[in-house]
Design a protein. Structure first.
Length: 367
């Protein structure tokens, strides 16, 4: 099968991580994978696994942008030359592009919904979901049916998958070695790996950390990621006099190493389609605390594989962090149960197999 994946860019982020996992699995299953995007810092990783990249200018958030329509003739020719079997869009902009490409080539197009969208008139008039939609969580699936009136029969629930071989549970000596390489000390590290943005809730985490910092003088907070929210987060840390206790690592590299050396992972998101970074933390054997929003309750069983707290509540978050730092047995329980839970329910193989079944089902409908 020849698959054309469409996404806006392939810089570090949740959709790019999803595509890296999907592409690797599809190629293992003898599929030919083509990826159209504006490019990004993960290009080489796709090339190394054998993905054929087609770079165009898609740097826009507007579904009316001329950039979409200028690229239709080139992509139409490419699809016909490469004998593409299915088009798979990942973002709103690429859904619109896929709609027109499907019209002009008579190739089936599908899309993945990675999160939650505002209910705008343009989405109702010009939905562009395709002949089938993948929802990454049951919460996203419900959102599509409830808010966009999409026929549930064309929606398939296929959660993101994790390649467990990329994540390690290290002993203390191994952790210290990696910490030394990352220029981190022997402190208790509470952390989050995510884009620095309002939706990820790093400001809530900083406020919660401020409430426990005095009680746990050996603890530090580390925020790993890049984003436009950096300046406001630094100002917040300064206003709470936490500059010497909070570490900012403005990088999207070595994420697996940072996860390997954390002691607690905290994800106070304001909204989340599924929570890929949470799955990665669980696969790394970390005790996880997260907000009870979106698809997160589907990947954390409160009190069994991690702790859930109400969103926008620094006080509740602080109590949960205290509990993990104080109750060693509970933290150890989460380390063991969370990784097992991910292995059983969110494996790379499961995601790829279900996606191939989804593609094949759509191909049969066309025939």
């Amino acid at each position: 099968m020849k698959i054309l994946l469409l996404t806006t860019h392939i810089n570090a982020g949740g959709i790019t991580s999803y595509l890296l996992t999907l592409c690797k699995g599809l190629i293992k299953n003898n599929c030919q994978v083509h990826l159209v995007s504006s490019g990004g810092d993960k290009e080489q990783q796709f090339l190394d696994m054998g993905v054929k990249l087609f770079t165009i200018d898609l740097k826009t958030k507007s579904e009316l942008s001329l950039k979409i329509y200028w690229n239709i003739p080139r992509l139409r020719r490419y699809i016909n030359e490469q004998n593409i079997n299915i088009i798979h869009a990942q973002t709103r902009v690429t859904q619109v592009l896929a709609f027109w490409l499907s019209r002009f080539t008579n190739i089936i197009f599908v899309s993945t919904c990675h999160g939650f969208f505002k209910v705008r008139l343009s989405r109702k008039i010009f939905p562009c979901w395709g002949q089938g939609v993948i929802a990454v969580s049951s919460a996203v699936q419900e959102h599509l049916v409830r808010d966009f009136k999409i026929d549930s029969k064309i929606i398939s629930l296929i959660p993101n998958g994790i390649d467990l071989t990329q994540f390690s549970i290290l002993n203390r000596t191994e952790k210290l070695q990696i910490r030394k390489r990352l220029d981190l000390g022997d402190d208790v590290l509470i952390g989050l790996t995510a884009r620095l943005s309002d939706v990820k809730g790093q400001d809530i985490l900083i406020k919660a950390f401020g409430k426990i910092a005095e009680q746990f003088p050996q603890a530090k907070l580390i925020l790993v990621g890049k984003g436009k929210f950096e300046s406001s987060l630094r100002k917040l840390a300064d206003s709470l006099q936490l500059n010497d206790r909070i570490i900012f690592r403005l990088t999207t590299e070595n994420i697996f190493d940072y996860l390997a050396v954390l002691d607690v992972f905290v994800a106070p998101s304001r909204q989340e389609g599924l929570g890929l970074s949470i799955l990665e933390a669980q696969a790394s054997g970390l005790p996880v605390i997260a907000s009870r929003v979106g698809g997160i309750p589907g990947i954390i069983e409160d009190g069994k594989t991690g702790l859930l707290v109400e969103s926008e509540n620094p006080e509740a978050l602080a109590i949960a962090i205290k509990r993990i730092l104080s109750e060693t047995a509970l933290a150890d329980q989460f380390r063991q149960t969370a990784r097992t839970f991910v292995a059983e329910n969110f494996s790379e193989q499961q995601m790829v197999e279900k996606t191939l079944e989804f593609y094949n089902a759509k191909q049969k409908i066309k025939k």
